[in-house]
Ligand binder design. Structure first.
Ligand code: PHB
Length: 390
């Protein structure tokens, strides 16, 4: 090559990178540091999701060290404030400027969806730790999920209800992806087993006002009200449920465990007592792994462990296991392949990553809110083993 070519070559290479935008991670696996970009709502109405996941990711690293297969793991935490455009911009910056090997976090469905095209284009494994609409994993072959899906946990509730004297239900869900998933899956299972859904109520996500919906539910005189609201919103529903005296009319409150999120359950008071939910994680889960986690998380952060946090803890475990399997090679496609089919004992019980769907298979528990040693807990009393995400 003559001098002109020598000068031009890097320019051409740079132009190629710019036009493709997101190929900058090529060769990143050869680096000594493996960076994980953790994008979370750390401020705004869903900040509790961010605090849980960040706290758990840091706890996992404190327990397991930051060296894996000879590589140093570095966590970069970014606040997307729960706004999808911000998530997308941060994901792009993390890939192009920070050259992260893994993207992770995603506190809400729209935030995961906004990142899916970047995961695909950059070939970066993207670990969804919280967002739970079923179709998320189908949006990119590079998405893997360590939280749960609404259909996975809502259908078992439909089956349990009919077997326990609940014949007529009104459903009340937040009007977006996971709410619609919960509504549909609960209804399918419940009606198949002989139940009847009297009304399907959907509450807007922006400025949710539950009172008029709860009044409509009360007027329909169901045996139970089935609720899905994203974590953090449950206290408002519970308060209104109590104030409108639905329980006094003999209407039970059932739902997926988002409504009795461990993070806020204890502040809900007696109105929460007896609420039955189906879910994949409870801080009261009786296993040595969980007892250790709950204790150490409380010590490290002052918070009670909750399901989003455990999605983050297991997400870190999956990344560590995959890096071990590739002997520290953080090439995106190799890391993704190493994540498929992993199985382990999580604080929530046995879990595995389905190699076909890249979604999580796990136990679903039926739980009832009880007071234990003065505090409110979701006490598990039945288990449905190895439920696939669907
Ligand atoms: C979601 O937006 O996917 C989501 C958020 C919080 C939950 C469940 C689902 O508790």
């Amino acid at each position: 090559m003559n001098r002109r070519h020598l000068l031009a070559a890097p320019l051409i290479a740079a132009a190629a990178v710019t036009s493709l935008g997101l190929v900058a991670s090529a060769g990143a696996y050869a680096q000594q540091t493996v960076k994980i970009g953790l994008i979370l709502p750390m401020t705004g109405p869903f900040a509790s999701t961010g605090r849980q996941i960040e706290g758990m990711a840091k706890l996992y690293m404190a327990q397991n060290g930051n060296m894996v297969a000879g590589k140093k793991v570095e966590l970069i935490v970014k606040d997307d404030t729960g706004v999808a455009d911000v998530t997308k911009r941060i994901a792009q910056e993390l890939v192009v400027n920070e050259k992260v090997s893994v993207l992770a976090g995603f506190g809400l469905t729209p935030l995961a969806l906004a990142t899916a095209p970047i995961a695909t284009q950059a070939k970066i494994p993207t670990v969804v730790m919280a967002a739970a609409t079923q179709m998320i994993t189908a949006q990119s072959p590079y998405i893997v999920r360590t939280g749960f899906t609404l259909p996975q946990v809502a259908a078992p509730m439909g089956e349990w209800a009919t077997k326990n004297g609940i014949k007529k239900v009104v459903t009340l869900v937040s009007d977006y992806g996971p709410g619609l998933d919960a509504e549909k899956s609960f209804k399918e299972a419940f009606t198949k087993a002989g139940g009847e859904v009297l009304a399907e109520l959907r509450v807007p996500m922006a400025n949710p006002e539950f009172a008029p919906f709860l009044q409509r539910a009360k007027d329909a005189k169901p045996d139970a009200l089935f609720v899905f609201v994203p974590s953090g919103i449950g206290s408002a529903v519970m308060k209104q449920f109590g104030e409108r005296d639905l329980a006094k009319d003999g209407i039970r409150l059932i739902g997926t465990g988002d409504v009795t999120d461990d993070d806020i359950l204890n502040g809900m008071g007696d109105v929460a007592l007896g609420v039955v939910t189906s879910f994949h994680y409870s801080a009261a889960h009786n296993s040595p792994e969980n007892k250790k986690l709950v204790e150490e998380f409380k010590k490290a952060t002052g918070m009670r462990a909750s399901f989003h946090g455990v999605g983050g803890y297991d997400g870190m475990h999956l990344i560590y296991q995959a890096l071990k399997k590739t002997n520290g090679d953080a090439d995106g496609t190799k890391l993704l392949e190493a994540m498929k089919g992993q199985s382990w004992t999580s604080p929530r019980g046995p879990v595995s990553i389905d190699p076909e769907t890249r979604d999580i298979t796990q136990n679903v528990y039926i739980r009832k809110v009880e007071r234990v040693n003065g505090e409110l807990f979701n006490v598990e009393f039945a288990t449905i083993n190895n439920v696939k995400a669907r």
